[in-house]
Ligand binder design. Sequence first.
Ligand SMILES: *Cc1c(COP(=O)(O)O)cnc(C)c1O
Length: 424
Amino acid sequence: MENSFFNIDNKLLALDNEIINEIANQFKQIDEIAQYNQQKVLSAFINNRVSEAHLGISTGYGYDDIGRETLEKLWANCMGAEDSLIRHNFVSGTHTLTVALFGILRPNDKMLCLTGRPYDTLIGVLGIDKHVDGSLTDFGVKYNQVELTENGLPDEEAIKKALKKDTYKVAYIQRSRGYSLRPSLSIKDIEKLCKIVKESSPDTIIMVDNCYGEFVEKQEPTQVGADLIAGSLIKNPGGGIAPTGGYIAGKKELIEKCAFRLTAPGVGKEVGATLGHNRELYMGVFAAPHTVGEALKTAVYCAALFSRLGYTVTPKANEDRADIIQSVILGNRENLIAFCKGMQSGAPVDSFVSPEPWAMPGYDDEVIMAAGSFTLGASIELSADAPLREPFAAWMQGGLNFHSGQMGVLLAAQSMLEKGLLTI
Ligand SMILES: *Cc1c(COP(=O)(O)O)cnc(C)c1O
């Protein structure tokens, strides 16, 4: 790399050169998947005859918004699902998952999570640690989880046992590791889990939290047995363009239940003004396969660089990936803070601010976050988060394009180097 605009140390630049060659094969694989998924998305645009009229604005009830209706068909096609909801008025991934869970569960129904303790923000939705007003538990839904094995993998035998012992309305799978150090689930892993559920309990609805997983592989969970998936549009499927929103995709009758919960029973998906967001959502979906590829390249590069610098990274640069998250185990507080400050200094927005650890509500430990994004909180844009506790791991994800992601990662290393924390 030419060092024209940033003062990156020559030793780091030499490493950069070596690494780029080392990871060429991974990049080739990422491009191959992005190419496949881009064709999938492009053909969905063509088959649904998307035209300028779809990019228009609706207000009020939003009846007959052909842009919204066509986008939901197109997105279902992309996910290999019967139907979908994809809307700006899902306020977050957590909200989207909440609508889906409340859509399909009824009082006294039982839900079984197959992948251990769910992502932090779901704990309140489920109401499992303490009483939360309006949580699923508050509405009389019973929750159980099967713990992961020591290696962080789904415990197939325990899952079979649990499904035999009780009748579950919903089996819930979290594809991404979230902010834990377990491996993320590949589509093959999810397919296996779906088979186990269908064999043990054919009527159980399989729902997958698909956050961070969209377009990482050629297939989606809905193509290997999942009945319902949900995710956030400020992660993978928004392509870095959608300004907010979420999606649910899956079986038609389940999407109807979710739509009844999102709007009103009996009304469902026929309403919902798009207020001018159709264009951004179409563009976001169109960009998503490529953007996900760029984020994956950034993750692979980060893994390669920091493992060469002597840190444990997971996944490793040459491991198959199931989501866009990269964790780097930095070992101590100083490293973690320097890493995040360096990454922030390479952000296109707010590069000049310096992230500091703070006691974020809802977390036991202090947290530090590096994010300088066009969309507030968008983690398809380069960002890193880290709780200040053992083993002092940073979770890095995103990167709208590899070249900027590469700079962000190099600046994280440079920041550590300048503080005397690296030996090269
Ligand atoms: C991001 C994420 C969510 C939803 O989080 P929001 O911040 O509400 O969008 C849920 N589950 C997993 C695994 C996630 O990564």
